[in-house]
Design a binder for this molecule. Structure first.
Ligand code: DLZ
Length: 158
């Protein structure tokens, strides 16, 4: 049977579904860990606020954002994991590394999500400099870790 799609306003009115029995994997990149730690804390706080249990949240670390895809796959293939949140920070430098990493992660996480039919969120902050990244980790542009957690919660409500 077809699923009737809800939009964010519906969820704001009705709330998301019960996630108290859902299990969440979080993959966090070690590069710029002073920022990814803040993003991860935002994601965990959001899961808990929406009713997830602390013991159902599994944080894993990978070396850099490029490794988020395989980290997500390791988690997604575990049957008991319902959704995966990926967190990283890629800052532009003198070379095009950011472009390669960002596209690889975006494609990779899409593939993992579709392959395992599970929500996998893209909590990758991609900025031109450190200040812009800090602005998105509890600064003037909020905390992208919160958005990454909210995205999987919403997708689990389908
Ligand atoms: C190599 C590299 C560079 C230059 N910059 C970043 C970055 O800004 N953010 C990040 O998460 N990771 C970076 N990395 C590391 C790569 O993601 C990856 O870990 C290495 O290339 C090893 O595969």
């Amino acid at each position: 049977m077809a699923t009737s799609l809800k939009n964010l306003n519906d969820y704001k009115k009705e709330g998301f579904g019960d996630i108290s029995d859902k299990k969440f994997g979080i993959v966090v990149a070690d590069w710029h860990s002073e920022i990814t730690d803040v993003l991860c804390a935002g994601a965990i706080e959001t899961l808990l606020q929406h009713g997830a249990k602390k013991e159902n949240i599994f944080r894993n670390t990978v070396p850099g954002s490029f490794e988020l895809t395989l980290g997500a796959q390791f988690l997604a293939l575990q049957e008991e994991i319902d959704a995966v949140i990926c967190i990283g920070v890629v800052i532009k430098g003198d070379t095009k590394h950011d472009d390669y990493i960002n596209h690889a992660v975006a494609n990779g996480l899409t593939n993992v999500s579709l392959k395992f039919n599970k929500p996998v969120s893209f909590g990758l902050v991609t900025t031109n400099n450190l200040e812009q990244a800090l602005d998105r980790a509890g600064g003037k542009h909020g905390n992208k870790g919160i958005e990454a957690a909210a995205a999987v919660i919403q997708m689990l409500s389908f």
